[in-house]
Design a protein around this ligand. Sequence first.
Ligand SMILES: Nc1nc2c(ncn2[C@@H]2O[C@H](COP(=O)(O)OP(=O)(O)OP(=O)(O)O)[C@@H](O)[C@H]2O)c(=O)[nH]1
Ligand SMILES: [Mg+2]
Length: 352
Amino acid sequence: MSSSKLSIGIVGLPNVGKSTLFKTLTKKQVLIANYPFATIDPNVGVVLVPDERIDKLAEFSKSLKKIYTTVDFVDIAGLVKGASEGEGLGNKFLANIRETDAILYVLRAFKNPDIINTQTEINPLKDKEILDVELILKDLETLEKQVGDIDRLIRANKGWTEKQVNVIKKALALLREQKVLVEQEWLDDEKEVLNQYQLLTLKPRLYLLNGKPEEVQNWGVGDPNTLIVDIGTEAEAENLTRQERIELGLPELSGTDILIKKSYELLGLQTFLTTGEDETRAWTIHKGDKAPQAAGVIHSDFEQKFVKAEVIFWDDLLKAGSYGAARQTGLIRTEGKEYVVKDGDVIEFKHG
Ligand SMILES: Nc1nc2c(ncn2[C@@H]2O[C@H](COP(=O)(O)OP(=O)(O)OP(=O)(O)O)[C@@H](O)[C@H]2O)c(=O)[nH]1
Ligand SMILES: [Mg+2]
């Protein structure tokens, strides 16, 4: 992640439901005015991450403000064969997803013949291959430019190592075999080299099969990063509350909520919370981050000046009834520098 903000690029063939998904997601931005840097680019939507813990803690603390974490979704025009070489609008827009943290493939599984299909059949697996090829070609272009440069840079002795060059050459060879880089094995230091180039096939990805469960069932969905969402239905149900969804027999969590949660998992992210009269707020960190790193997300100074953290699990705090009661019963723990923060921790940091 470039910052504590997560962004996801939506990729797919034309007319498969990308923009419908995008619009449905971005309608969730109820509190958008509350959010600094609210987007001005019409293709970037800031989406609040639904989190009932925020609602409950805010009520508990009588907070004036509730601040959810957000995910940016970037909508691009449909890719067609040849997009990487400038065919269609796709090429221009591939550039827009270079800076995203992850990529979401939207694959058509819905049958409705009234919606024009640019392919001759409904086949999400084939569609995935077409998309892969375009992203692979784009990555080849990026790295080929580098190899030219690197040979020159090595000669000029600008600090390039043999190893860096070899990693790039290895990636080039794989791409030429039409391999998606994120599906290959990489050592940490190899990944570090490649991470400099914002390669499209190196980004973690999610696959969304757009269709009703019965339309999708033929498409052997083995990949844990695949989810089935009927975007058409989601678009119609976008204004329903949880309760209304249950009454109508829809799953309690909407497909878009699940998508957002999955994205967090995919990227190894989690949230911790802060709560008080001013605000109750969710903060995004990586799984495995220690207390000082978490403090650093709130303010960059806090990481250096970290002294200790007072921690309680959100549900325990609610059950205790008040901070005072939680303290008296020993539910609030004092943790030091080595404490690994857990999803759902409510934390108060003490710094010097
Ligand atoms: N039956 C059905 N139709 C859908 C579904 N999702 C989207 N559509 C319809 O498909 C058409 C294209 O949807 P868009 O969301 O504009 O597709 P897109 O992928 O953004 O298309 P491009 O921007 O042209 O690449 C619209 O008429 C949608 O109403 C779905 O889940 N089921
Ligand atoms: Mg569109």
